[in-house]
Design a binder for this molecule. Sequence first.
Ligand code: ATP
Length: 248
Amino acid sequence: MEEIEVTSLTVSGLSVRYGAGAQAVIDADLSVSSGECAVVHGPNGAGKTSLVRAIAGYLPHERVMVTGSIMLGERAIDSVGVERRARLGVACIPERDKIFREMSVRENLDIFALRRASKRGLTADLDLAFDVFPALERLPRGRAAGLLSGGEQQMLAIAGALVGGPQVLLVDEPSLGLAPIVVTDVMTALGRILAERGLAVVLVDQNVRSARRIATKVYTMSGGRLRHETGEDVYGRLVREGYAKVIA
Ligand SMILES: Nc1ncnc2c1ncn2[C@@H]1O[C@H](COP(=O)(O)OP(=O)(O)OP(=O)(O)O)[C@@H](O)[C@H]1O
């Protein structure tokens, strides 16, 4: 299996159109390097999930048109299929259906680990997963993942993505429906994984307070258009303009 060292994800001119409907993503540019976290804020229906799914490679099929360039380091991956993209190091944690509900924590991790290009580093990634999420190790061994709390399921999804050996991690709304204390734990863990594994992370989140802990770059999305936000008091402005919410 191939293994490539990725230092960056660069998306240029990415557009997504569903059938004859309106364009969900219009000419989007985004870049994120190893050790960086690009956070994408935006209201419901802005196109955030479509952006993430297009980068992960879930979308192209006969009724969805995806155009534009997606580069992993020096390599173009826009015509690479979803499984191969995952093996090249693009992991995606979707908003829903992110774990195998009938299987235990360990079985889930074993399945996610099959995505790795090589077994090298697997033990270290498993150790890191249990280190950042000690709650996962304390759970009864045979418990089906579908019976875990929302927070535990989110932790398992992130741990699963980690043991898949990613270089780029795409995370769609990880704080959705979670209690603030759990959101803090999840963001702290993501921050540690980002730093210790040198991943390039794209994080979609409407919650400013949680996302800003780990954001190194901020984007907003509205009506399919993605904008890189710079300048002073970015977060204050985003809240005032309705791109993001402050959730305790
Ligand atoms: N499979 C689909 N078929 C047709 N239209 C779709 C499909 N998925 C999404 N859309 C449309 O594309 C637009 C963007 O949706 P998307 O889910 O990407 O936005 P979002 O910013 O992630 O929203 P939310 O925060 O509510 O999840 C919306 O108008 C949505 O109705």
